[in-house]
Design a protein around this ligand. Structure first.
Ligand code: SF4
Ligand code: FES
Length: 262
C-alpha cells in the first residue's frame, strides 16, 4: 500500500481566488491510475461530508483529451507521450508530495478546482477546423487516391486530441501546436485543400481573438504533448498562413499574428 501527500488546487468557482489544499491519500497501490487515486480521495472526502475535488475526464484511455492536470509542474505528469488518465502511481514513490494544479492560461479560465473551460479550442475548430461537405451519399472511399506518405503525415497530425497541454506548458500560453496540427491534418488531404486558405486565416484569427500567446520556439508544447505532435507542424502552419495571406498584388495582407517564423 502507498500513501501520497497531495497538494491540490481548490477553487470554488471562476471568481474565487483559490488556494492549495493538502490532502493525504491512503490505501493506494502502484497499479492505480492517477485518476483512480483521485476517485479514492473523493470517496473519502464525500464520506466525511467534504466537497470532492472537481476534475475532468471522459474516456480514461487517452483518446478524448478531456483529462488535463498539471502534476508536479508538468502537464499530464512525469511520463512522456501519455495523458493524465494514462499516468499510474508506479511513477511515484510511497510518501511522495505531489502538486496537482489545473492547466493555467488566460484563455482557459478555471471553472472549479482542477476543471478549466477549454471552449476556446472549440471556437477555433468552429472557425475553420472542418471540411465542408454537401449532403448526399457518402463518396466511394477509393475515389480520391492519396499518396501513402501524405496519408501518414495527415494521420500523424490528426493524432492531436485537443487536450490543451501544449497551451499549459507554454510560457506564452500559445495554442499553435494544436492549431498547426488541425490545419495540417485537414490541409494535407485533397478533400481539405479547397478551403485551405480560408481555414488557416480564420483559425489563426480566432486563436488570436481567444487570447492565446505567440510561439517563441521554446518547444515545451512538443515535450508535453501526449500524442507527440511535432513542432514542425508549427513551421508548416506559418508557411501556410503566409501563403494564404499574400494577395494577388504580391503583398502580405495577414490580419492575425501567427507568431514564430518557421
Ligand atoms: S497538440 Fe498535443 S498537447 Fe496540444 S492539444 Fe493536441 S494532443 Fe494536446
Ligand atoms: S480521460 Fe480521455 S484522454 Fe484522459
Amino acid at each position: 500500500m502507498m500513501t501520497l501527500i497531495l497538494h491540490v488546487w481548490r477553487q470554488n468557482g471562476p471568481q474565487d481566488a483559490g488556494k492549495m489544499e493538502t490532502i493525504t491519500a491512503r490505501d493506494l497501490t502502484p497499479e492505480m491510475s492517477f485518476l483512480e487515486m483521485l476517485d479514492v480521495v473523493n470517496d473519502r472526502l464525500s464520506a466525511e461530508g467534504k466537497e470532492p475535488i472537481a476534475f475532468e475526464y471522459d474516456c480514461r484511455e487517452g483518446i478524448c483529451g478531456s483529462c488535463n492536470l498539471v502534476i508536479n509542474g508538468e502537464a499530464h505528469g512525469p511520463e512522456n507521450g501519455v495523458t493524465t488518465c494514462q499516468t499510474y502511481l508506479r511513477s511515484f514513490k510511497d510518501g511522495d508530495h505531489i502538486y496537482i494544479e489545473p492547466f493555467r492560461a488566460r484563455a482557459f479560465p478555471v471553472i472549479k478546482d482542477l476543471v478549466v473551460d477549454r471552449s476556446a479550442f472549440d471556437r477555433i475548430i468552429q472557425a475553420g477546423g472542418f471540411v465542408s461537405v454537401n449532403t448526399g451519399n457518402a463518396p466511394d472511399a477509393n475515389a480520391i487516391p492519396i499518396p501513402k506518405a501524405v496519408a501518414e503525415q495527415a494521420m500523424d497530425a490528426a493524432a492531436c486530441i485537443g487536450c490543451g497541454a501544449c497551451v499549459a506548458a507554454c510560457k506564452n500560453a500559445s495554442a499553435m501546436l494544436f492549431v498547426s496540427a488541425k490545419v495540417a491534418h485537414l490541409g494535407l488531404l485533397p478533400q481539405g485543400k479547397a478551403e485551405a486558405k480560408r481555414r488557416v486565416r480564420k483559425m489563426v484569427a480566432q486563436m488570436d481573438a481567444e487570447g492565446f500567446g505567440h510561439c517563441t520556439n521554446q518547444s515545451e508544447c512538443e515535450a508535453v504533448c501526449p500524442k507527440n505532435i511535432s513542432v514542425e507542424w508549427i513551421a508548416r502552419l506559418n508557411r501556410e498562413y503566409m501563403a494564404a495571406s499574400v494577395g494577388d498584388d504580391g503583398e502580405y495582407h495577414g490580419a492575425g499574428n501567427a507568431g514564430a517564423a518557421g
